[in-house]
Structures are given as C-alpha cells and as structure tokens.
Design a protein around this ligand. Structure first.
Ligand SMILES: Nc1ncnc2c1ncn2[C@@H]1O[C@H](COP(=O)(O)OP(=O)(O)OP(=O)(O)O)[C@@H](O)[C@H]1O
Ligand SMILES: [Mg+2]
Length: 312
C-alpha cells in the first residue's frame, strides 16, 4: 500500500539529506508509528506519501502509484484516498464544524445529498454529535482535533496520515484521540502516525518505524513492550483476518467503481465480497487535504477529468 524504496530526500540548500536510503513497506490495514527526534525526517516521510514532495532518489509507491511519475494533474485525485491530520488542526476558523467538513466534500464535487447524510454521520463517529453548529473557537483542543479527523475520514480514505496529532493536547485528551485513530484503523483504514509520544508507542504495541538523522534505524512489529496497565483501553484491537480484509477492500473498490459509473450497480446478486466484509464498507475512499488557502489550486479539478485515485 505504501512502499519506500531506497528513498533519499534532499531539500535545496541543505547539505545533509532529510532522508537517507530509507526502505519500508506498509501493508493495507496496518497501524504504524513513525518516531524519531525532531528533524529526523518523519514529516518528510508523510509529505512524500501525499506527494507534497517527490524523492530526490529512490521510489515512493503509494496505492500502486509511483509518486514521481504521477502527474500534477492527477495528484488531486490520488490525494482523495489519503486523509491527513496535523498537530495544529488546520480548521477553517470562520466556518462551523459541519461547514468545515462539508466544505472539504464540496470542493471535491460530492453531491448535496451525500454531504447531508455523511456530515452528521461522521460527527457521530468521532464523538461530536450535536456540535456541528459550533465554531472551532468554541471547541476544546481535543474536539478541534476530532473535527480534523472527521474531515480526514468523511470520504472513507484508504490511508490516514497523522503528523503529531496529539502534539497540542493534554495526556487525557491525547488518549481519546489515539483511541479514535485506533477505531479508524480497526475499521480497515491504514494509519501512519508521526509522533514524539513515547508513552503511546510503548503501550500500544504497534509497528514502530524509527528514524535517526534521516536513516531508518528500527522497524519493529509490535513496537516497544511496556506496562499497559495505565492505558488498558489502548490495547490493540484484534487484527482483522486476511480474508475479511480482502473482502472489505474488494467491496470498497466495487462500491467506488459503481459510484463512479465504471461498473453497473448489482442489485440482485449477493456478492461474496460484500457478504464477507466484516464492518459495513466505508463510503467511496475519497478525501481531501484542506488548506484554507490555495485549496482550489491544489485540487485543480476540471470538468473533463473524472478520474479517481488508484485502487491497489
Ligand atoms: N522545506 C524544507 N526545506 C529545507 N529543509 C527542510 C524542509 N523541510 C524539512 N527540512 C529539513 O529536513 C530535516 C527533516 O525534517 P522533518 O520535518 O521531516 O523532521 P521531523 O522528524 O518531522 O521533525 P519534527 O519532529 O521536528 O517535526 C530537518 O533537518 C529539516 O530542517
Ligand atoms: Mg515533523
């Protein structure tokens, strides 16, 4: 789903590469912590995945696409499969909670009907039921981050990237946000989270990729193993079975194909893929990374291009 092949990233005017020969692969449905000291290259990894930057050397493959050969024109469609969450929330301050989420959907051309039912649904999912009419300034930090997460997942992306999502939150609120990310992962979304929070990493026993000065120095399944008593509720969910995972993926992809008109809807056949999928399939895996400024430019949608993102 995400593969780094000997990736080196050099920024202009800096002698040391930000990433130096980094190799790793993230499978569909994984929860991965990206850890390392400040400046070790975590955010650079996430920017490579979203194609904010392309590698100076090596290859980054995301959802079956080589980010270096992906065109700028297709990038907005590619990004709809990736939800992003940041430390500073990045909400539109003058819009209400619901409007923040609806805006992200409108920009990618989702219908009024879709927006109408999906916004309250996602608010409920992130625990913000009834808070849709508030402005971000009327929310706590944890609630603001929930809005950002709601916006990231409202279209059912295949991947959620979180860059220090608990960096501005107190420990209790951070635990709640981690639980929410765990739930999203348990529903089948791949989650990659950059963090300084050694506490979570030690206690959650998830895969840990550690960077040091741009080099990958640890890639450990299950991560550190510590005393989980203080955070019992953060124990990992039971890993979804491979067949359930495949069925879920197939159902999600089929659903998107139907929605995008590539496949006729099937109404009379009970598809095994749909029958076997453990949770209800997520809606079309489309999302958008909202920036208050320059969003339309980044999305660059023109009416003739109906392509959606990659599927593998
Ligand atoms: N746009 C840029 N131009 C030049 N250098 C950059 C740029 N972005 C990052 N760097 C450099 O690349 C290195 C890795 O930065 P990166 O932001 O990926 O680290 P990080 O692990 O996310 O750090 P932090 O924990 O502080 O967020 C740093 O030395 C940083 O100064
Ligand atoms: Mg960073």
């Amino acid at each position: 789903m995400i593969r780094f092949e000997n990736v080196t990233q050099r920024y202009r005017g800096t002698p040391q590469p930000a990433l130096d020969g980094v190799d790793f692969e993230v499978e569909r449905g994984e929860f991965v912590f990206l850890v390392g000291a400040s400046g070790s290259g975590k955010s650079s990894c996430l920017s490579l995945i979203t194609r904010e930057i392309t590698p100076s050397e090596g290859r980054v493959l995301v959802l079956g696409r080589d980010t270096r050969t992906l065109s700028d024109r297709r990038t907005p469609y590619f990004r709809r499969n990736i939800g992003t969450v940041y430390q500073d929330f990045r909400l539109l301050e003058k819009k209400t909670v619901s409007q923040n989420i609806a805006y992200a959907l409108r920009v990618i051309g989702r219908s009024r009907a879709f927006i109408k039912h999906s916004v309250p649904e996602v608010l409920e999912r992130v625990g913000l039921d009834g808070k849709g009419k508030r402005l971000p300034s009327e929310l706590s930090g944890g609630e603001r981050q929930r809005v950002a997460i709601a916006r990231a997942i409202v279209n059912g992306p295949q991947i959620v990237l979180a860059d220090e999502p608990t960096g501005n939150l107190d420990p209790t609120t951070s635990v709640e946000i981690m639980r929410l990310l765990e739930q999203i992962n348990a529903d089948g979304t791949t989650v990659v989270m950059a963090t300084h929070e050694a506490g979570f990493v030690d206690k959650m026993r998830r895969r840990v990729i550690e960077l040091n000065d741009g080099r990958l120095v640890r890639d450990e399944l299950g991560g550190a193993y510590g005393d989980t008593s203080a955070l019992a509720t953060l124990r990992p969910e039971v890993v979804r079975g491979a067949s359930a995972q495949q069925a879920f993926t197939a159902a999600t992809e089929l659903r998107r194909d139907v929605e995008e008109g590539r496949v006729e809807p099937v109404t009379s056949v009970d598809l095994p893929a749909q029958r076997d999928a453990a949770p209800a399939p997520a809606p079309a895996p489309i999302t958008v990374d909202v920036d208050e400024v320059g969003m339309a430019d980044r999305l660059g949608i023109d009416g003739s291009d109906d392509e959606v993102g990659p599927t593998s």
